[in-house]
Write a protein that binds this ligand. Structure first.
Ligand code: ADP
Ligand code: MG
Length: 462
């Protein structure tokens, strides 16, 4: 059924942002969940990977929050990359309504996050560990939180994060709970979180892989050569190779780099900055293969991954589904191949052997040019490049407030309130996201008078 977003009577600024994202109609899960979420019901929502669950919770959240509201929602995600991705999708959809989402994840500057929490932090997204640390430091005011969202909810259980989640939830005032996942052990989670009236929406049966993904296995005791054969005999746009240990990500990356293939590596032992950069390169097509532990399996959304190789047999069905779900996203078709050797000890090895076809590597060679980058639109960076930022050399120490900035800019003929996006006031400086502005009109702008003084400004195009 083709349902348009405008049928939900959403704020027109959200509709505009949805159109900017290129979403013409609702995905099935959005169609089924939006009415309940907009009504503020407790919900447990389960649908296949890549079906648009992020927007399904971001849109009703943005609809419910007004600019003047305090921190009103908390989103917990099991991995740092997923939390960042949610923040990006949220900010893309919230840009015209100017609702801000702050991301709290480990291995990033704690004090900077604390400062961001003091600004407009309408919504917080983060990993349980870092959110907990900020709570302990009294950096988050949870008094007005009305919505708790757990993305990839059952992963919280698998990764042993449930206890931390429970501790955080215990401090929340009365709120509604929305749980999202592609696989779900619902009973346990709902009872742990004291939700007893959840509306359950299930679109696919939990253990099923999307039918847009063709699943195969290859029995082999020479995985390295089989992987290289896949690279030269199967048509590949981009590929994810999953292994079970950090050490193996390095080994396989080296193997592929020897062939001059462009690879990104991702594992939990890397510094966050390296992780972000490595993933960004893959998202932008600068690298063609991502070699990763399960960290990258959850929620990460990259266009045109044609192929997923489970170099090591996944250890759980959940992991299998999520790794495979990196391909076949939106309306694309994808291939998932599990390599199985006699040494694999995974308990789901036989199930995969039984339920998937044997893959026969084609005999002819395909030149995939995996040593060359391709151009992909990384939605995260396109979003930034569409925006211009005004950098003002004045901040908290000059007692600048949001209103002062808005007032000062609107008094100039180049600006009106529609041009002003998120205002981020730091100690010594302020950045303002400018919307729909013709850069040539403001190129000459050197200073803005705020609180009686001329403040130097610079334009930054991120
Ligand atoms: P999930 O969380 O279900 O795995 P995501 O929220 O990551 O899926 O969304 C998958 C992709 O679909 C993203 O690239 C997102 O931008 C896109 N998407 C979301 N909603 C729509 C829509 N209504 N129309 C088209 N694309 C959409
Ligand atoms: Mg998701």
């Amino acid at each position: 059924m083709n349902t348009q977003f405008k049928e939900y009577n959403l704020d027109k600024r959200i509709i505009q942002a949805i159109l900017d994202c290129g979403y013409l109609s609702c995905t099935e899960i959005q169609r089924q969940s939006l009415p309940l979420l907009l009504e503020g019901k407790n919900c447990l929502i389960q649908s296949k990977t890549g079906s648009g669950k992020t927007a399904a919770f971001c849109i009703p959240l943005i609809e419910a929050i007004d600019f003047d509201d305090p921190t009103s929602a908390l989103i917990l995600a099991p991995t740092r990359e997923l939390a960042q991705q949610i923040q990006h999708e949220f900010n893309r959809l919230a840009i015209y309504k100017k609702i801000n989402c702050v991301c709290l994840i480990g291995r990033q500057d704690f004090q900077k996050q604390a400062l961001q929490l003091k600004q407009k932090a309408h919504v917080i997204v983060g990993t349980p560990g870092r959110v907990f640390d900020h709570l302990e430091s009294n950096n988050i005011n949870m008094d007005n939180i009305k919505t708790l969202i757990l993305d990839e909810a059952n992963e919280m259980v698998t990764l042993g994060l449930l206890e931390q989640v429970e501790t955080i939830v215990a401090d929340l005032p009365e709120h509604k709970t929305w749980l999202f996942s592609a696989t779900m052990d619902s009973e346990l989670l709902l009872s742990k979180l004291n939700v007893n009236d959840a509306n359950i929406i299930t679109i696919d049966s939990p253990l099923e892989i999307s039918n847009q993904i063709d699943t195969y296995h290859i029995k082999t005791n020479d995985k390295e050569n089989v992987l290289l054969d896949i690279c030269t005999h199967c048509k590949i746009e981009s590929m994810c190779v999953f292994v079970n240990t950090r050490e193996d990500t390095k080994k396989i990356t080296m193997l592929l780099q020897k062939q001059k293939y462009l690879c990104s590596i991702l594992h939990g032992g890397m510094e966050q900055k390296e992780r972000t950069q490595s993933l960004a390169k893959f998202k932008q097509g600068k690298t063609r293969i991502l070699v990763s532990t399960d960290i990258a399996a959850r929620g990460i959304d990259v266009d045109q991954i044609t192929t997923v190789v489970h170099y090591d047999c996944p250890l759980t069905i959940d992991s299998y589904i999520h790794r495979s779900g990196r391909t076949g996203r939106k309306d694309e078709q994808g291939t998932s191949i599990t390599l199985i050797s006699k040494d694999d000890t995974s308990s789901i090895k036989n199930q995969i052997l039984d339920e998937t076809e044997a893959f026969i590597i084609p005999s002819e060679t395909v030149d995939n040019h995996l040593n060359k980058s391709v151009h992909k639109e990384d939605k995260d960076s396109t979003f930034n490049s569409k925006n211009t930022h005004l950098f003002i050399r004045a901040g908290k120490k000059d007692k600048i407030r949001n209103l002062d900035v808005v007032g000062a800019l609107c008094s100039l003929e180049q600006f009106n309130s529609d041009n002003i996006g998120i205002i981020d006031i730091q100690q010594n400086y302020t950045t303002v996201t400018l919307l729909n502005i013709d850069q040539s009109q403001i190129e000459d702008l050197q200073a803005v008078k705020i609180k009686g003084k001329n403040r130097k400004v610079e334009l930054k195009i991120k």
